[in-house]
Design a protein around this ligand. Sequence first.
Ligand code: UD1
Ligand code: UDP
Length: 366
Amino acid sequence: MIKIICVCGTRPNFMKIAPIMRVFEATGNFETLLVHTGQHYDENMSRLFFDDLGIPRPDINLEVGSASHAAQTGEIMKRFEPVVLDFKPDYVLVVGDVNSTIACGLVAVKLGVKLIHVEAGLRSFDWTMPEEINRILTDRISDLLFVTEQSGVDNLAKEGVDSDKVHLVGNVMIDTLMANRERAKKSDILSRLELKEKGYAAITLHRPSNVDDLDKFAEIITAFEEIQKEIKLVFPMHPRTRNNISGSELEKRIEAMSNFILLEPVGYLDFLCLMSNAALVMTDSGGIQEETTILGVPCMTLRENTERPVTITEGTNHLAHITTKDILKNYREIRDSGQDNAGGIPKFWDGKAAERIARTIARGVG
Ligand code: UD1
Ligand code: UDP
């Protein structure tokens, strides 16, 4: 048996860990310990996804909660170290690019435990993004690097990472999408919100670069004020964003829009149903750029860059600068092109990435 600790901590981690846990369980070759760091903890940012995706309850929840980068990262490390010492795993597996990823990765390698990084190699080349720092450092200390797209393989080669450690396996987030697409059709979110297929745009925003500086965020909201004159907007708002605007002028402007539905974050199946039926998705999320590519739904990413270039070259993604003018320009281009963006499907985004990961680990590679 291969002893392995699987780590998750934030909303996008749950979609990534779900198929990995399922495949590890199915092969019978793995003895797993699922550790939740508690970085995300609200019911609708955490537990809901375990229910929606049938992820086993975490064996351990470190309950670290919210804090500054240093305090959060340090606290996760402190609480994770005794878990590793006690379980004595062959591997620690981390996913994505959040603080939980680098914190648990560092603990593993310092204890001499081999580290596996799922979603390695992605680069925005923007060091102001906390995620870019987490990605680069995690990749540097990993023994096995599982990559979602060719750009990641190329980035790692340029950084001098030994190619024997690097495996292009596809995208576990797409495994989850494919496994749940049919189930999501049964969601009643459209009727609950009185939405028509292709009659609305779905929005998510939570990047510090967009929502921590309210002047910057106002550029985006001004664009939304215009767009909602033409099409209904639906915005399940991330708690970071909600907290930032609480009591502000911007919050009043959002509440004043008549064709705008503001929601708490919704569960995975509801959100997948919302995305699938949207005319357009506007987001700064990493995962949503990938999901819309597979769904063939146009995506406007409100960012200056993306670490997922295949979603532009093969998928449905468009980057917009964070100005009212550029957001409106992109909106009109997408609207007028009438595109349903039946883009290409990136290599190995076929629902079998977790199987490739399990097979590679079981072969004893790394
Ligand atoms: C984190 C990740 C980001 C990822 C995002 C996914 C880091 C550095 N950032 O950003 O890469 O895209 O998760 O959603 O790891 N909060 C709550 N309830 C919760 C969780 C958070 O109210 O359950 C609020 C708190 O005020 C907290 C803030 O959101 O301070 C930010 O949470 P945090 O986990 O630090 O970063 P995210 O913005 O969620
Ligand atoms: N998502 C969700 N409910 C929401 C918003 C997003 O289930 O209200 C899902 C989305 O489909 C994707 C994941 O959350 O699977 C993306 O997480 P997030 O945008 O928080 O993180 P990122 O991908 O940017 O790191």
